[in-house]
Write a protein that binds this ligand. Structure first.
Ligand code: IPE
Ligand code: IPE
Ligand code: MG
Length: 265
């Protein structure tokens, strides 16, 4: 199979899609806004929570695929701070699903070598869900094949405000001098400190917005918006997103071509 073919890849098998991937050009860090569970359920005349339950199968497949391909980090948006505005019945059902997922999936995550980490206002979660979050974090803390960040009660602006608050306190305590503050120092106060920024952001369900996700970290991320609803986003769709990513030219403000200035300048 020729790499970089211009023909449509939609009809290809999963094995063919994998053979088209350039292993040297894989993203190190993929972020996903998993959207469209409610619509998936509504289209089938089911309660919204049935869409959330089906979405867990996609989570499983995408974690497995990421581990198999050797992607280093996956950051998935599971519940935003704004999602607390939903009806309490949906919030309760989502929290119950989260707890169920963590309980049933802990062994599988360990087998896949996935280190689980929650990012967000975890204190706002109901205590039993919070305890499971902490437990799975502890039990997987030694694993390093794939880092799985799950954004729960997460808001990008509040992550930045919280970072600034702690940084200001450290200045007040004399641990940091204001003129030492640069992007690297600031990055050290974020949930994702030490991780490369996401190379690729995927958002399902046709919405083309960020919804307060990773506002600092997405500065130069490639965006991939697909109409596919999250419960339908399985391995094939993951591979299509990666192939699209590999067609992008990441310029970071430079002009196309070699990244060094021509000699004589
Ligand atoms: C995403 O699906 C999951 C969460 C936000 C928890 P939605 O529940 O937002 O599904 P739609 O957008 O209403 O279809
Ligand atoms: C974003 O989806 C949050 C998650 C996927 C967890 P929403 O469905 O909450 O986003 P908006 O409200 O449509 O922007
Ligand atoms: Mg939505």
């Amino acid at each position: 199979m020729t790499k970089g073919t211009a023909t449509s890849v939609e009809h290809l098998s999963e094995a063919e899609l994998i053979s088209l991937l350039d292993v040297d050009l894989l993203p190190r860090h993929v972020a996903i806004i998993m959207d469209g569970n409610g619509r998936w359920a509504e289209l089938r005349g089911l309660p919204r929570i049935a869409g959330h339950a089906e979405g867990i199968k996609s989570v499983r497949e995408i974690i497995t695929l990421s581990g198999e391909l050797g992607i280093e980090a996956l950051t998935i948006y599971a519940f935003s701070q704004e999602n607390w505005k939903r009806p309490s019945a949906e919030i309760n059902a989502l929290m119950a699903l989260l707890e169920q997922y963590l309980q049933s999936e802990m062994e599988a995550l360990i087998e896949k070598g996935a280190r689980f980490r929650a990012i967000g206002q975890i204190d706002w979660l109901p205590s039993s869900a919070r305890e499971w979050v902490r437990r799975v974090e502890r039990e997987t803390a030694h694993l390093d094949r794939l880092l799985l960040n799950v954004a729960l009660s997460y808001g990008g602006r509040s992550e930045i405000v919280d970072a600034v608050r702690r940084l200001a306190q450290d200045c007040k305590d004399g641990k940091v001098q204001p003129d030492e503050i640069d992007e690297a120092v600031m990055e050290g106060y974020l949930f994702t400190h030490g991780l490369p920024d996401p190379d690729l952001l995927i958002r399902t369900s046709g919405e083309a917005r960020i919804s307060n996700f990773l506002l600092w970290q997405l500065a130069y991320t490639e965006m991939y918006f697909t109409p596919t609803l999250w419960p339908d986003f399985r391995r094939r769709e993951g591979l299509l997103a990666l192939l699209e990513y590999q067609k992008r030219e990441r310029r970071f403000g430079r002009v196309p071509g070699p990244i060094y200035p021509p000699s004589g300048l």
